[in-house]
Design a protein around this ligand. Structure first.
Ligand SMILES: [Zn+2]
Length: 196
């Protein structure tokens, strides 16, 4: 079975559904979100994209993935605001969803019930392997969940989480290669044991 469904009916049908794309850092979550949103645009659907105002790594306005494949987005402070922007919209994309409040679960249900296709991308776990923010609950209510994987930098197997390589206990630490590395379960346990 193909990992990403190519069923055009699913992608263009105007009916409400929730799709979750989750995984560790460097797993291609945002790239997959952008791919789906661009296809919806090609199908002449009205697309709106949101991200938490906290994520200002690249630019205030764009959802930007690591290969610079950009798409315009609106930064917002709290999940409830999404409902204010979604009249006459067919598809809503939400990036970095792990940083939103738990109200996002209700918001996504509300949108899907209105007939909107909702595509949510976010980190499934934090750097300690603890489920992150509203993502676990979103996976539960989603019509479809796609888990994407990075590659373990130590052994080349599928990565399990994004291990933080700098000493900092703050849960929200936005960064790139210097602060995180994707590791498989075995290499992560080894790194923790060695105090790295
Ligand atoms: Zn490994």
């Amino acid at each position: 079975m193909n990992l990403f469904t190519e069923d055009m009916k699913e992608e263009t049908a105007s009916r409400g559904r929730i799709e979750v794309i989750c995984g560790s850092m460097f797993s291609g979550k945002t790239e997959e979100l952008i791919r789906r949103l661009k296809r919806a645009k090609f199908a002449h659907q009205r697309v709106e994209i949101f991200k938490p105002a906290i994520d200002t790594r690249y630019s205030e306005q764009d959802v930007v993935s690591h290969d610079n494949n950009t798409i315009h987005s609106t930064p917002i402070e709290s999940s409830g605001s999404i409902l204010l922007f979604t009249s006459e919209i067919d598809v809503v994309g939400i990036d970095e969803a792990q940083f939103f409040d738990d109200g996002l679960v209700h918001v996504c249900n509300e949108l899907a019930n209105q007939g909107i296709r909702v595509i949510v991308a976010g980190l499934d776990m934090d750097y300690k392997g603890i489920p992150f923010g509203p993502i676990p609950a979103l996976c539960a209510i989603a019509d479809e969940v796609t888990k994407v994987h990075a590659i373990c930098v130590k052994c080349g197997n599928l990565a399990y989480l994004s291990h933080r390589t700098v000493k900092n206990d703050k849960r929200v630490l936005l960064g790139e290669q210097e602060e995180y590395e994707p590791l498989c379960r075995r290499c992560y346990q080894k790194a923790v044991k060695e105090g790295k």
